[in-house]
Design a protein around this ligand. Sequence first.
Ligand code: HEM
Length: 133
Amino acid sequence: MTQATETTLYELIGGMPTIERIVHRFYQGVVTDEVLKPMYNPDYLADGSAEKRLTLFLAQYWGGPTIYSEARGHPRLRMRHAPYAITPTARERWLKHFRVGLDEVALAPELDAQFWGYVQHAAEFLVNTDEPA
Ligand code: HEM
């Protein structure tokens, strides 16, 4: 099988509509979160652009269209998160809301495990600040 005919996780989970639903649900949690919400530019929460960036990033990551990089360039996630104090608490909260988003779409267990494993790993990698004493 050539790479072009391999089925991507993006396709297996139902493509853009599924990722949009996960991320939409995730952001509904973020705006209720007193640790996370202040980190986000309110304009980008209100106009949906933060939601769009995460959606397009994840779509691209899982083998969907490369719109994210066409618009934003290389993801460089660690660098792009440097302005935010990502403590272990922030990571746990981010993941908690993401888990709700994933639950909403109820993927097949092996697909859920793959998606969830990746975001847990990525969130761990983005921690850049110790817990305040
Ligand atoms: C660990 C906790 C995390 C926190 C507190 C956090 C926080 C933020 C904030 C405040 C932004 C700016 C919102 C915007 O304007 O787009 C952002 C952007 C972004 N985050 Fe996170 N994030 C976390 C984890 C993650 C993870 C795990 C991923 C990927 C799996 C991710 C992917 C992104 C992407 C793709 C953007 C947009 C980057 C850009 O193009 O500018 N983040 N994040």
